[in-house]
Design a protein. Structure first.
Ligand code: PLP
Length: 385
């Protein structure tokens, strides 16, 4: 740290220089990210609520009410009237909370000590962090030929140590939706906690279903679903860090509660202590601003862009890994190794990401990627081919 105060202009210049090293969404060149530029109104509100602390909700009663409203609104699109939950930093923290709730619940009511969680091979790496922190063993269910969780495999992996089963609504690598209704039934019949990770699909599947897209049910309308992760900072256009964890019953929060002696409330169930209410307020603002109609229109555009890219890829001769279900396409060059193909694309100035299972280039059709960017991409792909 400097001894003396530095002039603001000097600091700004240094920060701007460093910020310039970042890629920006507006270029439309970031193809592999699930994040995008937040809506300007959400950013404005974010700044306004920056100093609020939801870690001490007795001092910030109004902001706490806003968090409750956000959870309720997200609950509405996830088919639950009275959800319990929190606005958290993202999908990772939401998944961590879900698994912590499941573990504590199983410990308290079933006496399970060395617990296991069943997750699909396609699960986000946040579950590895959760298992590590919570001392749980991961048991991986196979995928079927369509890269979705194999229901038979889940059945076979259930044991008297299983504390949770996880399925995904919008996988990170391929954007696919697991057969959640079937898994929900199995979890319900076996009295096992079932968590749905809809970090990616939570802000799109409900609207797409309402518009008539043929997508499966994945939410609290299924009896077995105990909790859902949903990320406003992906297609919800809220500023990072905004995640959501919703529980069906209050007891899942209760089993995580620890005493919080010096605060205005007696217990705390969140992992984070001091936490800004900015994400809650900004998420509330952007959800109100768009409404179901606004989000539907946004998501429809993303799906149209996905269709555009898919048709053009096929026209030129690229191989699509699977039929896209959401705004994500994974594809390969028919006779070029994926990493070499990725390097070629990087050479053209595209920021791509490579999926591992199966190995393929993945493009997440987020809001910053416009049709004109896709046309440029298709031209470059023609040249590479
Ligand atoms: C993005 C994502 C996560 C992780 O969310 P973060 O906000 O990056 O912590 C978890 N699960 C799925 C399915 C995701 O797509």
């Amino acid at each position: 740290m400097d001894e003396k105060s530095i002039d603001k202009d000097v600091i700004l210049k240094e920060l701007d220089e460093l910020h310039n090293l970042d890629h920006n969404y507006a270029d439309g060149r970031i193809l592999g990210s699930m994040c995008t530029e937040a809506h300007p109104f959400a950013k404005e509100i974010y700044y306004k609520f920056l100093d609020t602390n939801l870690g001490d909700p007795g001092l910030f009663k109004g902001t706490k009410l806003i968090e409750n409203k956000v959870i309720e609104s997200m609950g509405e699109i996830l088919s639950i009237e009275k959800p319990y939950g929190h606005v958290v930093t993202g999908g990772t923290e939401a998944n961590l909370m879900a698994i912590r709730a499941a573990r504590n619940h199983a410990r308290k009511y079933k006496g399970i000590v060395d617990g296991e969680i069943i997750i699909p091979e396609s699960a986000h790496f946040s579950f590895k962090k959760a298992a590590d922190m919570l001392n749980l063993k991961i048991v991986e269910a196979d995928l079927d030929d369509n890269y979705k969780i194999n229901v038979g495999s889940v059945k076979r992996l259930i044991s008297d140590k299983t504390v949770a089963i996880v399925a995904i609504a919008g996988t990170t690598e391929l954007g696919l939706i697991d057969p959640i209704e079937e898994i929900s039934k199995i979890a319900y019949e076996n009295n096992i906690y079932f968590h749905v990770d809809a970090a990616f699909g939570g802000f799109s599947i409900p609207f797409l279903r309402d518009m008539g897209y043929d997508l499966p049910v994945f939410d609290f309308s299924l009896d077995g679903v105990c909790s859902i992760t949903i990320d406003p900072h992906k297609m919800g256009l809220a500023p990072i860090p905004a995640g959501g964890i919703l529980f069906r019953k209050e007891e899942y929060l209760d089993v995580m509660a620890v005493d919080s002696p010096y605060l205005t409330v007696k217990t705390q169930s969140t992992i984070v202590g001091t936490r800004s209410g900015a994400a809650s307020a900004a998420t509330y603002a952007v959800m109100k601003y768009f409404g179901k109609k606004g989000y539907s229109k946004l998501i429809k555009e993303l799906m149209d862009n996905t269709q555009f890219l898919k048709e053009n890829l096929e026209k030129i001769g690229y191989e699509i890994v699977c039929e896209p279900e959401l705004n994500l396409i994974a594809f390969n060059h028919p006779n070029m190794e994926t990493n070499e193909f990725a390097e070629k694309l990087e050479g053209f100035g595209w920021k791509v990401s490579v999926a591992k299972c199966p190995v393929a280039i993945r493009v997440v059709l987020m809001n910053h990627i416009k049709l004109n960017h896709l046309k440029e991409l298709v031209e470059d792909l023609k040249e590479i081919f």
